[in-house]
Design a protein around this ligand. Structure first.
Ligand SMILES: [Zn+2]
Length: 197
């Protein structure tokens, strides 16, 4: 009797369309907005050095671009050792923070900021490696000279310093830090000196 009642109920529901509802219409899944979030950035008004803002006062580049196949500059405080641990690291230019994560052994915390250099582009990005802390989250729009984080020593792996890169190719991986092939990287000091505000 109970079984008959159950079947009767199912038959009723099917008839009423309860079990046979059509799937709702599917929305188009192609995103209308395919541009990256930095496509609408305002043109940066110029570039500063990312430590001792604006001109790296009281810092020196202990390993310039190209030496030992280095892809950036290693900014160290003139006090040596960990004397610069916790010092502010500032945005080289107005831009968009597209990456802020712990990138693992050798890198520790890394931030990448995208900058628009001209009305028609190009865009470049600046990379700040071995940070001790982040001061702004990923997705932020930042201004030249704004604090991004602080200088770290990668859990004691190095004397505290900032590994700093400028890249002419935007949107890639954190990368190797050193490479013979420097396509996609530029000398950050030469670039900054050619683009002062
Ligand atoms: Zn370095």
């Amino acid at each position: 009797m109970r079984r008959f009642a159950t079947l009767s109920l199912l038959a009723f529901m099917a008839t009423a369309g309860v079990l046979a509802q059509e799937a709702p219409p599917v929305e188009a899944t192609v995103p209308l907005e395919t541009q990256p979030p930095w496509a609408e950035l305002a043109v940066a008004d110029g570039f500063d050095f990312p430590v001792g803002q604006p001109d790296a006062q009281a810092y020196y580049d202990a390993q310039p671009f190209g030496r030992n196949d280095h892809l950036g500059s290693d900014w160290n405080g003139r006090g040596g050792g960990d004397s610069d641990l916790g010092d502010p690291v500032t945005a080289a230019a107005d831009g968009y923070v597209r990456y802020a994560e712990d990138a693992g052994i050798g890198w520790c915390k890394v931030m990448i900021v995208v900058h628009r250099v001209g009305e028609q582009g190009p865009w470049v990005e600046s990379l700040y490696g071995h940070l001790d802390s982040f001061s702004v989250p990923v997705g932020s729009e930042v201004e030249r000279g704004q604090e991004l984080g602080t200088i770290g020593n990668c859990q004691g792996r190095y004397a505290a310093h900032l590994h700093f890169e400028i890249r002419s190719v935007v949107g890639g991986q954190v990368g190797p830090g050193y490479a013979k092939d420097k396509l996609g990287w530029v000398d950050p000091t030469v670039f900054i000196e050619a683009h002062r505000p």
